[in-house]
Write a protein that binds this ligand. Structure first.
Ligand SMILES: Cc1ncc(COP(=O)(O)O)c(C=O)c1O
Length: 373
């Protein structure tokens, strides 16, 4: 065996030994949170389609119309020929939704975070992250070349003391957090974060991937990024901020400049989804209500968002529980390290406006039974 394949085989064996190897499973999706795997029909509690909009007839029709009118792909980067009109409409609507002067759409949320931080901070600056921040916030922070420090998850005393000890001696300072944490479903204390940021002359970037359309209360940060791929049911990422910041990033964010523009269909789908999101407050209230129904039935701490973790512990136990639920018709994927810290493997249950109360009750009953004793 050549050394490259030997390296891969040895790494795979180590991952396998720790129940940490990942495998793709072909999954079909349909309306009403339906999913199929290996010919088995299931109800998915693992999609981030919080408002069920990826399957909405108006969203699908908007994507189809955009393909028919503009073709399948953008054909170039946005600064060259890939800046089709729907992107501008989407940006205007996103900015208005967030109460900001301007917005820019990236190829994905991951690409947004990869571009934003390095455009605003660099050598001699400080980037401070909540230690449970998403992998793409870490990636952007590391890529920036700034000094990267963390504060304990949602711990405002720790944030203040890390800043007090380290802010001096750095030029710019950027705080990174998530409005709703992707794997824990809890909320960042945005009031406190923004006030501490002001005290230390730091800028705040909040990742709203799991909040948009589901949890909208609380203050906005100067830099609000997110994704079009979860509650908006499409694909792509965005940043909403002041006109000056958006203009700067249009010239400086490398993951915006050196990549092809979002396909017209993705932008059109997200735009139509945003219109529906704003028209239908009842739809937006449903994921949290269903998540709270679930946590009440299981005696778990009350859900703060559409995401509820069911902590299991070891990776193999989480895989086993997920497999047992799958056998009963529930798709609830196990989340393992390094996505979550070691010893905190879990089921991540994601609720959607497309779920029915009876589906939630059936899942609650199955989780209670399978985790009893
Ligand atoms: C908190 C958070 N930020 C960013 C992303 C990345 O967004 P995208 O899927 O659009 O790349 C995700 C998940 O995908 C996420 O959970």
């Amino acid at each position: 065996m050549n050394s490259l394949d030997a390296f891969a085989e040895q790494k795979l064996a180590a991952l396998e030994a720790g129940a940490l190897r990942r495998r793709l499973t072909t999954t079909g999706r349909g309306p009403d949170s339906a999913a199929t795997r290996g010919g088995r029909a299931m109800v998915s509690f693992s999609c981030n389609d919080y408002l069920g909009l990826s399957q909405h007839p108006r969203v699908i029709a908007a994507a189809q119309a955009a393909v028919a009118a503009h073709g399948a792909g953008a054909g170039g980067s946005r600064l060259v020929t890939g800046n089709h009109a729907i992107l501008g409409e989407l940006e205007t609507r996103l900015a208005a939704h967030k109460g900001k002067e301007a917005a820019m759409v990236f190829g994905s949320g991951y690409l947004a975070n990869l571009g934003i931080t390095p455009a605003l901070a660099g050598s001699g600056d400080l980037v401070l992250l909540d230690d449970l921040s998403h992998a793409c916030m870490w990636a952007g922070a590391r890529l920036s070349g700034a000094r990267v420090l963390t504060f304990r998850h949602n711990d405002m005393d720790d944030l203040r003391s890390v800043l007090a000890a380290n802010r001096a001696g750095h030029g710019r300072a950027l705080l990174l957090t998530e409005r709703i944490f992707s794997m824990d479903g809890d909320r960042a204390p945005m009031d406190d974060i923004l006030s501490i940021a002001r005290d230390f002359d730091a800028w705040t970037l909040v990742d709203d991937a799991h909040g948009l359309g589901v949890i909208e209360d609380g203050p906005r940060a100067p830099l609000e990024m997110g994704t079009l791929s979860k509650s908006l049911g499409s694909y792509g990422g965005y940043l909403c901020a002041s006109r000056a910041v958006i203009d700067l990033l249009t010239s400086r964010a490398r993951s915006f400049i050196y990549t092809t523009g979002l396909p017209p269909a993705s932008a059109a789908a997200a735009l139509e989804a945003l219109v529906i999101l704003e028209e239908e407050p009842d739809r937006c209230a449903r994921p949290l209500a269903l998540a709270r129904r679930f946590t009440a039935r299981l005696g778990l701490p009350e859900a703060e968002s559409a995401v509820v973790p069911v902590l299991v512990g070891e990776a193999q136990q989480a895989l086993d529980l997920s497999a047992q639920l799958e056998a009963e018709g529930f798709l609830v994927v196990a989340i393992r390290p390094p996505t979550v810290p070691a010893g905190t493997a879990r089921l991540r249950v994601a609720f959607s406006a497309a779920h029915s109360e009876s589906q939630v009750d059936a899942l609650s009953e199955a989780v209670a039974r399978l985790t009893a004793g």
